[in-house]
Design a protein. Structure first.
Length: 564
């Protein structure tokens, strides 16, 4: 890299010494046509699923590591969903019928084995969500086997669907009593394994044990933690301990060796790496999933709590790993598109900033969920703003967002308004994220006052699918998949009665009226020519354009496309 930089600098200096040719300002006609984004990057339609809460395809793995239910509301326990369940639903066509082109799954690598106190010591909180990592190099047995992971990804790819892993570089999981006992980390009081309860949980962990005993966990070179021998977490975003979780020292360039517990863990795939700091281990562990299985991208958690350099390193390594996998598996790849990363930077909206220059192709858009999505005026101003920003970028630099209406970290959108909300989301410019069950009216689950977000992570409602909502989302999703203009096109309002707009992207043209019923007259402006026959993909009917208008019988929504 050093020699490359020196060579490049020398070339620039030599170029500066040469006589510069005369330049002529290009005429309007000489300007190059804009390059249109294509493929997945042009139109991400991402389905986010909490794997454990989706579908149980292999009940034999439900109680791995001794995990059990709590016999009560099962708020924070493992419920049985797994990779085999995802594969089963892929084979049934669940995702293709929705127009999904990527599935974001919760982190499948090994989590802490037991539970910690959830809420205000209100429930047993297991790592079913994938945010309490134990061993980044090994698949969690509750999720399935390596063979089941291969089958899931291969099946998705065969349907043109990418797979994204949720990943965390900010922190590993807490040390729970079960893990400490099973991995022989000597910080428990005698009898803890048999006697601890939800209310007295922490009294069975010796938080004042000497530093040599606590060093047998992650160790002070790896994490910040309020423990003997460890450095306390800081006060800034990059060094604080989120929810008292141990904070990885990803910014430290010092070489580290494998933590003691991983050296002693019989089933780990982690090994000592020469001259490697914490960041290097995490990047290696995470991108090995890409190189070995063909994972297409990452959704990165707690992005603002990790320095830019780590995200740069992850993106570079992920890009190379995916290229390596595609070279080794030419018949399994979808295409040659590069590795893709989307980040969670709370409370980011539709704005371009430095994260896009440090590894990220997209960021989650937190600004959409709380808008009045049933109000056509609000929707128009939102669409106009998003389309203008995402089409033009900033200083010639493009960017994208992933917009959602429901989230596992905030709330579920009003279940009685999922028709309008689905339209608002699936017609939004930029990328979109469907949260599992938004398409079927999955209801909130049990929760406690100390952790209301648990309500958003209920089991998928396979036995009570709302067929009206589902049919609506399927029509919109498949229409969106076939029209990058919805995500990337120039937005133009055509009418407010009914609210109608067009999106044009190269040769791709659509006219959409999100709410239209009965005999309606739809203005198409200049989107379609007079005499042209257009297809309404919602009702399945066709109509001919006359005087810049189309007359048809609308069945709730109008989605016009050129008839081919």
């Amino acid at each position: 890299m050093k020699s490359f930089l020196l060579t490049s600098i020398a070339a620039l200096l030599l170029a500066g010494c040469a006589t510069a040719p005369a330049t002529v300002a290009p005429t309007e006609a000489a300007k190059p046509a804009p390059v249109l984004a294509t493929g997945f990057a042009a139109n991400p339609i991402v389905y986010f699923v909490v794997t454990d809460r989706f579908y149980n395809g292999n009940p034999s793995n439900d109680h791995s590591y001794g995990r059990t239910g709590d016999g009560d509301k099962e708020i924070g326990t493992f419920h049985g969903g797994d990779l085999a369940g995802l594969t089963a639903k892929l084979k049934e066509g669940w995702f293709t019928q929705l127009g999904v082109n990527a599935i974001w799954i919760t982190a499948p690598y090994e989590q802490i084995h037991g539970w910690v106190q959830g809420g205000k010591a209100e429930f047993k909180h297991y790592a079913y969500h994938g945010y309490y990592a134990l061993d980044y190099s090994t698949l969690d047995k509750n999720m399935g086997t390596p063979e089941e992971l291969h089958e899931f990804i291969d099946t998705a790819h065969a349907q043109g669907i990418r797979v994204l892993f949720d990943v965390v570089m900010n922190h590993p999981g807490y040390l729970d009593i079960t893990t400490a006992s099973q991995l022989h980390i000597p910080v428990l009081w005698k009898g803890a394994e048999e006697k601890y309860t939800l209310k007295d949980y922490h009294s069975w962990i010796d938080y004042n044990a000497d530093s040599k005993r606590w060093a047998q966990w992650w160790g002070r070179d790896w994490v910040r933690a309020g423990l003997p021998g460890y450095q306390e977490g800081g006060q800034d975003d990059l060094t604080k301990q989120l929810a008292y979780l141990p904070d990885f020292k990803t910014e430290n360039p010092t070489t580290v060796s494998l933590p003691v517990f991983l050296k002693n863990k019989p089933d780990t795939h982690a090994v000592d790496l020469p001259n490697t700091p914490v960041r290097g281990y995490l990047v290696k562990w995470l991108t090995d999933w890409v190189r070995d299985y063909g994972v297409d991208g990452f959704r990165c958690d707690t992005v603002k709590h990790v320095e830019y350099a780590s995200w740069d390193a992850l993106k570079v390594a992920g890009t190379q790993a995916l290229a390596d996998w595609k070279a080794a598996n030419p018949t399994k790849k979808i295409d040659d598109a590069p590795f893709w990363m989307v980040g969670e930077v709370f409370p980011h909206g539709v704005d371009r900033d430095a994260y896009y220059d440090h590894g990220f192709d997209s960021l989650l858009n937190f600004g959409f969920q709380d808008r009045n999505l049933s109000d056509a005026n609000v929707l128009e101003s939102t669409y106009r703003d998003y389309a203008a920003k995402l089409a033009g970028g900033v200083d010639g630099k493009p960017f994208d967002v992933l917009t959602y209406i429901s989230s596992h970290d905030t709330r579920l959108y009003d279940r009685s308004k999922l028709i309008d909300a689905g339209s608002s989301l699936l017609f939004a410019p930029g990328g979109v994220q469907i949260f599992y069950g938004d398409e079927s009216a999955r209801q909130p689950g049990p929760f406690t006052s100390g952790d209301p977000q648990q309500a958003t992570r209920s089991d998928m409602n396979w036995n009570s699918l709302d067929q009206t909502v589902l049919a609506h989302w399927r029509k919109l999703g498949t229409f969106r998949l076939h029209h990058a203009a919805i995500a990337r096109g120039k937005h133009l309002m055509l009418s407010m009665a009914p609210y109608t707009f067009s999106r044009i992207y190269g040769d791709d043209r659509v006219v959409i009226a999100p709410k239209a019923n009965g005999d309606v007259v739809i203005s198409v402006g200049g989107t379609f020519k007079n005499g042209e026959t257009v297809h309404d993909a919602y009702s399945g009917t066709t109509a001919k354009v006359a005087d810049g208008q189309v007359k048809l019988m609308a069945t709730g929504t109008v989605m016009l496309e050129a008839l081919h």
